[in-house]
Design a protein around this ligand. Sequence first.
Ligand SMILES: *Cc1c(COP(=O)(O)O)cnc(C)c1O
Length: 397
Amino acid sequence: MRDPLAALRLMRTVERPEQVFVRGQGSWLWDADGRAYLDFSQGWAVNSLGHSPNVLVEALKRQADALINPGPSFYNRGMLKLASRLCQVTGSDQVYFLNSGAEANEGAIKLARKWGRLHRDGAFRIVTATHSFHGRTLAAMSASGKPDFEELFEPKVPGFAKVPYNDLEALEAAVDEQTVAVMLEPVQGEAGVIPATLDYLQGVERLCRSRGILLILDEVQTGVGRCGALLAEELYGVRADIITLGKGLGGGVPLAALLARGNACCFEPGEQGGTYHGNALMTAAGLAVLNTVLEPGFLESVREASNYMRDGLARVSRRHGHGPLRGHGLLVGLPLIGQEASQVVAAALNEGLLINAPQSTCLRFSPALTVSHSNIDEMLKRLNRAFTLSKNKVAEV
Ligand SMILES: *Cc1c(COP(=O)(O)O)cnc(C)c1O
């Protein structure tokens, strides 16, 4: 299906299945042979409104016709509009736009270090969690607690301490005079969709306040409606000083944001920049996505779809002897018992269903926020078959 020689020209950073995808609409994708796939991954929770939604396509067309990129050192309308809307609806004071989640987290690390210079005697250490994932730039990898990263590309960027997630005592013990911030995901997505407990995240916020350090929440995966609220922090009743957004914000195009509140807004000219940052095309896309997510009833419909999907997934999981679901909203993990996740993912692909496996014992479901009940019903049928077939396969071996 793919040109094998052309595929060899791509650096081999991931093993891809052979399908070449050519078209998408809503929850469906088509490959070059015209076969249809139900997409419950959506580019790792990126296409928040599904594939090629009208509102996004129209916004991109209009903006591409008018102006793609005046350059980062000039204002454009999308940049200004998205900045004021995003600050207004998240209760933030300032925002900086970037191209990826990793870059946004790099920005958060720099902003925290700058704040440490101004307000905490040059403190620079950031406490993060084991099994966390903050992206693949060198500093974001250094901040991450993903075990696979440990040996890669040494030496890492110094200044990060890692503690077990959902363990407030461990976190408390790790904060010292040189600590400037705590940086956490409200739900550890790559670790297998592990949500923070309510007590933990509220305790972390209290700890940050009492020690006079910053709370950074990496909402690259959880933000922009994914968890059934605009930001996952709302589910916990906490307020971070710095929040990073990415993935769902652009609805499929590269857009990320670094949000700051209060005196965490401390960048000055010359301290942060990037050639594509805040470009007119991407910010127009972000505005179309954000306005859609904020339409009356949209987030309620996400929560409703979440309940419907979770009920169905829980039934299928029980039927096949797997574990209880984890996650919030439309970010759901299904822990497997006695079955390898990559085999289920491959069997699902065969059945025309796209899901992914952040861990070898966990499946992740991150459909479009606009996913319908009939999409969910069809997904459950295909998943059920994939479980049955992949189990039989193991039994044959
Ligand atoms: C995906 C992700 C990132 C990295 O985003 P990129 O756009 O791939 O750089 C960072 N943090 C979290 C929590 C993510 O899920």
